[in-house]
Design a protein around this ligand. Structure first.
Ligand SMILES: NC(=O)c1ccc[n+]([C@@H]2O[C@H](COP(=O)([O-])OP(=O)(O)OC[C@H]3O[C@@H](n4cnc5c(N)ncnc54)[C@H](O)[C@@H]3O)[C@@H](O)[C@H]2O)c1
Length: 339
């Protein structure tokens, strides 16, 4: 039985507590939140007797932990994950691993120097739909042109309404990470325009159009909006991949359809999901790695590419020019070294 400290008892932290509770090989040894009442109510609502703390350091020095789940707000990710890595406790963190690439590189260095695993949970990589879509594209020679349309209309009413880049910074990382998963490579450059449709209820740019170029020559285009009333897509977006031997579409949920030059369009049956979907699957992959299994796909050195896609897209939108990812990493590396 492994002991887990959960840090952050907000909406997502509570979802993670229930995800951990579904596993018989894990138990929550402490819940932490700067608002101690939040941690206490999360524990009490579940009828548990786990101790609560107001700092990650306090919990790490008081209770045993085999892993720590970092479900705090992004601005706290660096401090909380660093504390765990320094204490020798592997970390599974909510996305984004940190708000900036420079901070993510700091954490990657710390993970390397301590030899302790740090993984970002990118739960939208794990569903029968996306795996089936990816397999169908690969069977047709791999996508050379991939696009997604993400159109939703949430009325959050909180901090997202005030953010400078709500869609790109808070949401697009999911689609960008999915594109890396689907193409199985990391991008070279991006050109992005971000804007605020006249009817938007967000302060910042809640719509964006971005085109990424990949080393193979593949292009990934992202068309997204968070202020699109009517005909919304799924929260995974609506995807199309064009490959040498045909085209495959995915509605972001359970419908994958493929067609070659000489076939009729045909639904592709979804594959199995032995480790579940979403958070359950991300957790299963992390626990398997602790048991000596493969390096998780969200390991910090790999995952920083998804964050770099966001940072590069924001830079491109701000400057009105194409941004090369290598330049983003060079600047972030200089920034990380200077800290
Ligand atoms: N994967 C997804 O689909 C998904 C969905 C929603 C949120 N998230 C991510 O999950 C994380 C949490 O989001 P949320 O919606 O639960 O936010 P939230 O604001 O509801 O909860 C965050 C909690 O962290 C606590 N906190 C802040 N700083 C802390 C610190 N230093 N130590 C301990 N606790 C601290 C806050 O008091 C709050 O209770 C974010 O990184 C967010 O991006 C992911």
């Amino acid at each position: 039985m492994r002991s887990v400290i959960v840090v952050g008892a907000g909406a997502m932290g509570r979802t993670w507590l229930d995800t951990i509770a579904r596993r018989s090989d894990l138990h929550v040894s402490a819940v932490v939140d700067v608002v101690e009442g939040a941690a206490r109510s999360a524990v009490e609502e579940r009828g548990w007797d786990a101790p609560v703390f107001s700092t990650a350091d306090g919990a790490l020095s008081a209770v045993h932990a085999d892993m720590l789940l970092n479900v705090t707000i992004p601005e706290a990710h660096l401090a909380v994950s660093s504390a765990a890595l320094r204490a020798g406790v592997p970390v599974l963190s909510e996305k984004p691993v940190t708000p900036t690439v420079a901070e993510a590189l700091q954490l990657a260095d710390l993970s390397e120097s301590t030899g302790v695993l740090l993984v970002t949970s990118q739960s939208r990589r794990f569903s029968p739909g996306i795996s089936t879509f990816r397999d169908a594209l690969q069977a047709r020679g791999g996508a050379g042109q991939l696009d997604t349309r993400f159109f939703q209309n949430p009325r959050f009413g909180g901090f997202r309404d005030r953010m400078d880049h709500p869609l790109l910074v808070d949401m697009a990382i999911h689609s960008f990470d999915q594109a890396r998963f689907l193409l199985d490579e990391d991008p070279e450059s991006v050109y992005c325009e971000e804007f605020a449709p006249s009817w938007s209820w967000f302060d910042g740019g809640a719509a964006a159009e971005a085109i990424f170029r990949f080393p193979s020559g593949a292009r990934f285009s992202y068309s997204g909006s968070w202020c699109a009333d009517g005909l919304v897509t799924s929260w995974n977006g609506d995807w199309r991949g064009s490959a040498p031997d045909g085209t495959v579409t995915w509605d972001g949920e359970a419908e994958v359809v493929a067609q070659g030059r000489d076939d009729d369009p045909a639904a592709v049956p979804l594959g199995p999901a032995p480790d579940g979907e979403g958070l359950d699957a991300a957790l299963a992959e992390f626990v398997a790695a602790l048991d000596g299994g493969p390096v998780p796909s969200g390991e910090v050195h790999l995952n920083v590419w998804s964050l770099a896609m966001v940072e590069a897209a924001v830079q491109s939108a701000d400057r009105g020019e194409r941004i090369v990812l290598a330049d983003v990493f060079d600047a972030a590396r200089r920034d990380a070294s200077a800290r």
